[in-house]
Design a protein around this ligand. Structure first.
Ligand SMILES: [Zn+2]
Length: 375
């Protein structure tokens, strides 16, 4: 929105607010009383959108809201639990709670009474839904997106290990998928009311655009967040290297990454994911999420593996301010001991359990400690 558009919008809001407040107060008290002298109603122009119209009364009853409309003044009100939406016949603006003003297709009059276009009805419904969830004054994690690293044509790291005298290949894309699947079903069972998403369910290679689309497809209300969990396995020329790590983005590097367009390190395929939207606010949440997962992993696989700590680097990028994000390196496929462990289903189940416990702890923290409405 340009400044000029914003000014126009504000001016329209102010006019609408001034026009609506006495009329609504009057109509709310006076209806269906005697008709008073009133300004002429604005003329409603039938729009194309009006062809798919939702009667205002029907919308209000669907919302379980109170509806009042004064056909003489053309002013109307939908009210629910103290939240008020005001509108006027033929006016392309609606006013919510006397403060938020948004454009809508002008409400139209007609034989069936006042009606909204389908878009306007959806927008109005959304306003009430958002106010509703804010009123519940709870920040919540609405979705958890699990991203099994690599897949399809991209195997990720590969380790050659000997198990019972036989040479086997430990392939990162398989390890990450197995852990992710287990994590996915555990989270689904635990949080039936949250969206639990996974970027791939089989040996496919979701492109960057696919992953971005999945992340973006989650619609969040203003008090909702999404957690992004990327699962990887590590490799090293040093065959002794072993252990698990949890990464989050070091905020100081963010600008550098964006400015230089520099390709990243081990998480290269994730780095550009929505790199454009950088905000600092939730870095703390990412660190806490990383800590919780680290604690979870320490408890389930700490005795067999090695805790390499929490790391921060420039290649891992969060989607936006409402997306606490971490990347987990579950272990080294190149270490003979750990590489073998990473082929064991029960070991992968323990890794998944550790991550799961960390996420559950984080969700508890997030939804209670950040349980105040945003300012
Ligand atoms: Zn990887």
């Amino acid at each position: 929105m340009t400044m000029a558009m914003r000014l126009r919008a504000l001016a329209a809001c102010a006019v609408l607010a001034l026009a609506l407040s006495p009329a609504i107060a009057e109509s709310a008290e006076a209806l269906p009383g005697p008709v008073k002298a009133a300004p002429p109603a604005p003329v409603a122009k039938p729009s194309a959108a009006a062809t798919a119209a939702t009667p205002a009364a029907l919308l209000a009853s669907h919302l379980k809201a109170r509806f009042s409309y004064d056909p003489l003044t053309g002013y109307g009100l939908i009210e629910k639990s103290g939240e008020r939406l005001c509108f006027a016949l033929g006016v392309p603006w609606a006013l919510f709670n006397w403060e938020a003003c948004f454009p809508i297709d002008p409400p139209a009059g007609g034989e069936g009474g006042l009606s909204f276009s389908r878009e306007a009805a959806a927008r109005i419904e959304k306003s009430f839904a958002e106010a509703d969830s804010l009123a519940r004054s709870h920040f919540s994690i609405a979705a958890i997106l699990i991203d099994p690293g690599h897949g399809g044509k991209d195997p990720g790291a590969i380790g050659e290990q000997t198990v019972a005298g036989k040479k086997i290949r430990v392939v990162e894309k398989e390890v990450t998928l197995e852990i992710s699947r287990k994590l996915f079903s555990a989270l689904k069972a635990k949080f039936p009311d949250k969206q639990i998403l996974i970027t791939r369910e089989g040996d496919s290679y979701p492109t960057l655009e696919d992953r971005v689309e999945i992340a973006n497809s989650v619609e969040l209300a203003s008090n909702e967040a999404i957690i992004y969990i990327s699962i990887h396995a590590n490799s090293s020329f040093n065959k002794n290297a072993k252990g698990f790590e949890v990464w989050y983005l070091n905020p100081e590097y963010r600008r550098t990454l964006v400015d230089s367009g520099k390709p990243g390190g081990p998480g290269h395929e994730i780095a550009p994911i929505l790199n454009a939207m950088l905000e600092e606010e939730f870095t703390t949440e990412s660190i806490i999420l990383a800590r919780n997962i680290m604690t979870g992993l320490q408890a389930t696989v700490g005795a067999d593996s090695q805790n390499r700590g929490i790391r921060a680097d420039e290649w891992f990028v969060v989607r936006n301010a409402r997306m606490p994000s971490v990347l987990i390196e579950a272990g080294f496929v190149t270490n003979s001991e750990e590489g073998r462990l990473l082929t064991h289903d029960d070991y992968l189940a323990r890794v998944a359990d550790g991550v799961y416990n960390g996420i559950v702890d984080f969700v508890g923290y997030f939804e209670s400690m950040r349980g105040a409405p945003s300012p």
